[in-house]
Design a protein around this ligand. Sequence first.
Ligand SMILES: [Zn+2]
Length: 124
Amino acid sequence: MPQPWAGHIVEGRTTVLGRHHPTRHRGTLLIHAGRGPELTGVPLPRPAIRRFGGFVAVAELIGCHPADGPCAPVPPASRWHWELARIRPLSRSVSARGRPGLWRPTNEQIRLIERQEPLWWPCL
Ligand SMILES: [Zn+2]
């Protein structure tokens, strides 16, 4: 997603992400900051986390609902709200070219992310 939204998630300013489409995906979601240009007219995150062109955080996607609930307004303006939890910023961003929609990172990108933050947990 474009900056500064990715930075807002990293900073914990929001746990709700505005998207144009709903999703059935639940579980790990990697937050990717686009190369730019940065959107204007919204507050900027701290310079240290204004990173571009890579993964910047690991989160859990725990729900999705139409954008007509009490949590509006959620940036960016959109029809669906994706609910995030357990947002863990990466101390170093992992370079990746963004794509539209949900997409799979390469095995090498996953390896670099897992060095900083384990992506999978055992459960009972
Ligand atoms: Zn909402």
